[in-house]
Design a protein around this ligand. Sequence first.
Ligand SMILES: C[S@@+](CC[C@H](N)C(=O)[O-])C[C@H]1O[C@@H](n2cnc3c(N)ncnc32)[C@H](O)[C@@H]1O
Length: 330
Amino acid sequence: MNIKSLLEVSEFSPSSLQAPDAWMGHLPFAAWIIREVSPKVFVELGTHSGNSYFSFCQSVVEGGLSSKCFAVDTWQGDEHAGHYGDDIFTQVNAHHQQHYAHFSRLLRMPFNEAAAYFSDESIELLHIDGLHTYEAVTDDFETWLPKLAPGAIVLFHDTNVRERNFGVWRLWEELQGVYLANLEFVHSHGLGVLQLNNAPAQKKLPWLQPGSPEKQDVINYFAALGSRQLERYGLSQVESRADEQGRHIVVLTQALTEREEQVKSLDQLVTERDGRINSIMVERDAAVHHLHDIRNSRSWRLTAPLRFLKVCVLRLRRQFFTLCHLIRLG
Ligand SMILES: C[S@@+](CC[C@H](N)C(=O)[O-])C[C@H]1O[C@@H](n2cnc3c(N)ncnc32)[C@H](O)[C@@H]1O
């Protein structure tokens, strides 16, 4: 086994990571196996947001391989992955066109339709990750088997899921009895790896052979790299949530500053109004005081009979006019 290539992929850092994260724990292995096999043709059945496929492609670039790569998917989803809209394909296609279009193609069609575009015995590495029912994954394997080159490597994701009618585990149990050069990672929902029995001697992967002393080391090594990958992804998620909250805090702080400015100008209005009320009260007190002074003055008291006389005259005048009015009516 090539230790140098194992060490190299420990540094592998995927340039595109998107939800869902089901495949993430296997990305370092994807980077390694494609360099181990150096396939003329690599095909992935089931790409979704591109986590697995873009890691294979990135490793082709970083390893200087001359592989041709193909991703097949309707990019509509299925009952296990969930159904999704065109935005996923738009995003995948944009990343693909920018980085990998010179050696890779996206085939947006059903798997069985895509099989017609590959010659028999042409594919050296196949990754099957479509619908996970026993019937669907068996059909995928059997449809693509004639397309596999002698000694081709086949990967099956989700060999370790036993719920929601997943049945890859069942096919995997059957295939392990037929293709003895195999191993299974149990982390990240399980990934089965097998080599077809008709491998020429120079293509046989020694660490996959039955009884290989290296097999368990490979499993442990990539399980450890996989969990580090998942931790890094978890951390990046936490960081991006923290960034988002940071941006939210900036917006809230800005709103708070504006509110404080408003409170300040309202405070100023209240102070001005209090000042006006105060001066009105002072004026009123002065007027009351002045009135009191007038009432207590000598001239006011001396003119009191005149004011009384004026009131009496006004009253008599009013009564006179009322009487005249009544006589006119009578
Ligand atoms: C589990 S997801 C693939 C996950 C992907 N490998 C990753 O790294 O995240 C399965 C994908 O297979 C696609 N699919 C399922 N059955 C299909 C079929 N018969 N033909 C084409 N695409 C199919 C779905 O559209 C979905 O995007």
